[in-house]
Design a protein around this ligand. Structure first.
Ligand SMILES: Nc1ncnc2c1ncn2[C@@H]1O[C@H](COP(=O)(O)OP(=O)(O)O)[C@@H](O)[C@H]1O
Ligand SMILES: [Mg+2]
Length: 266
């Protein structure tokens, strides 16, 4: 693509196809990754909330990379499933044949977890988009967390979702689940200096070490996207293309404004 060549880039810098080796982990994100790993090591339950596009799913990728073989990670983003299908999916993710009823799944899962315990492997079930979970699924999840009169957790559940997930869990109806979740973590949108560092990181990973965005352009980009990375990606991509089309070397504030006008904004 000519616009890539124009900047000497080897690939589109703001693509969502990002290898694990190119993840950007500033101290704020690294801290969340560490806490999730620590909680999983303690066999605890975890809630991770943050606005759309702030990097929650990417944090889970960093966790996957960090946790050793003594953890069995399963990931699902199919949170709109009803209770039965949700449990079936859990079975499949654990490598078990799907069962028809919640009771049968519970039995199968607990048996499997006992085996894993024998192998010193702890299951970690990552549920992304958990704000979409049906209430009847939520009603049942805490049962998975009770084992032997609550003395042991069967598995670590990591519920990940938008901030309203926390509000929902705090409701009286969900209290038995919520009270078992000791780690309540948050991913924040980027601060202005982080947005500039993020731009540099992604450009460098795509082969360009030069500072392509002027300070004004980066500030404008931050202001327009409120530091939500998915939006930063979209606007930065459009601004780069517009800059290349105009034959300019640096992305100016005006290119960001044009990108916002062409649907690159929120
Ligand atoms: N740590 C990171 N390193 C590099 N890019 C990231 C990182 N976190 C987020 N991104 C970028 O932002 C986009 C949105 O992140 P994502 O984790 O999907 O957000 P969320 O799950 O909170 O909606 C990703 O597709 C990726 O391009
Ligand atoms: Mg996500």
């Amino acid at each position: 693509m000519t616009w890539l060549a124009h900047f000497g880039l080897t690939c589109a810098p703001f693509s969502k196809e990002l290898p694990d080796s190119d993840l950007w982990l500033p101290p704020s994100k690294q801290a969340v990754v560490e806490q999730i790993c620590e909680a999983a090591s303690a066999h605890d339950q975890i809630l991770l909330t943050g606005d759309d596009g702030t990097g929650k799913t990417t944090v889970l990728r960093a966790v996957r990379k960090r946790l050793s073989e003594s953890f069995r990670l399963t990931y699902t983003a199919n949170s709109t499933l009803g209770k039965r299908d949700f449990y079936r999916q859990l079975c499949v993710a654990l490598g078990l044949s799907p069962k028809a009823t919640a009771a049968a799944v519970f039995y199968a899962v607990s048996g499997h977890v006992q085996e894993l315990r024998g192998e010193h492997v702890h299951p970690v079930f990552l549920v992304d988009e958990a704000h979409l979970l049906h209430q009847d699924t939520l009603d049942h999840l805490h049962i998975l967390l009770n084992y032997e009169w609550d003395s042991r957790a069967l598995l670590s559940l990591v519920l990940v979702g938008l901030p309203e997930l926390q509000d929902r869990l705090a409701l009286r109806r969900n209290r038995s689940l919520y009270s078992r979740i000791h780690w309540r973590l948050q991913v924040d949108a980027l601060a202005p200096a982080d947005t500039a560092a993020y731009l540099r990181h992604r450009l460098a990973a795509a082969g360009c070490e030069r500072e392509l965005f002027t300070g004004d352009a980066a500030a404008m980009l931050h202001e327009a996207t409120h530091g939500a990375m998915r939006d930063v990606d979209r606007v930065a991509h459009a601004a780069l293309r517009a800059t290349a089309a105009a034959g300019h070397k640096f992305v100016e504030r005006s290119a960001v404004i044009a990108a916002l006008g062409s649907g690159g904004g929120r």
